[in-house]
Design a protein around this ligand. Structure first.
Ligand SMILES: CC(C)(COP(=O)(O)OP(=O)(O)OC[C@H]1O[C@@H](n2cnc3c(N)ncnc32)[C@H](O)[C@@H]1OP(=O)(O)O)[C@@H](O)C(=O)NCCC(=O)NCCS
Length: 141
């Protein structure tokens, strides 16, 4: 299983293909600019985007980073035709390893309330609902 998927940090040439994966998998949102999100995750060593490559094609991704307090994972996406092949599990393990290497001991992520499929996936990996509400505000930068 792991032999099929090579995991590495995203490179400049991977960006368009990664955004296409996000669109196909349904993790891209019209109000988020994916290219901006990728550039921001790559701006320093607090975060990155990991991609999973199979037969030269990007079929998996996970954005991972730490904010000085907790680890966070975003944009976990597997190509539609490769879902339920264990790739999601492998990408989450790679994201957790990235955090563990940096001494981060708690990781969290956001799951949209209507994404029961993803919630079951994360629960199976040991993630639990913190019974918190996520509040957000857009800042002018
Ligand atoms: C959610 C997602 C990342 C899971 O990745 P995946 O590669 O399909 O998952 P895996 O094959 O590693 O599954 C591991 C286990 O998680 C659970 N799981 C995965 N998908 C599931 C589903 N649709 N329903 C119930 N359980 C599921 C199962 O226990 C599975 O093990 P099994 O296949 O042996 O039963 C993938 O389906 C995806 O990209 N979905 C669309 C984008 C998305 O919703 N991302 C999450 C945003 S928060």
């Amino acid at each position: 299983m792991t032999d099929q998927l090579a995991i590495r940090e995203i490179a400049d040439d991977d960006i368009a293909e990664t955004i296409a994966l996000w669109n196909a998998a349904g993790v891209a949102r019209p109000w988020n600019d994916p290219a901006r999100d990728i550039a921001f995750a790559r701006r320093d060593d607090h975060s990155t985007v990991l991609v999973g490559v199979e037969d030269g094609r990007i079929v998996a991704s996970a954005m991972v980073g730490e904010d000085g307090h907790r680890g966070w994972v975003y944009y976990v996406a597997i190509a539609l035709e490769r879902q339920r092949s264990g790739f999601g599990h492998i990408m989450m393990q790679a994201a957790e390893d990235w955090l563990i290497k940096r001494g981060v001991w708690k990781v969290q992520l956001l799951v949209r309330a209507d994404n029961a499929k993803a919630a079951r996936f994360y629960e199976q990996l040991g993630y639990r609902d913190t019974q918190s509400v996520c509040l957000q505000k857009i800042l002018e930068v």
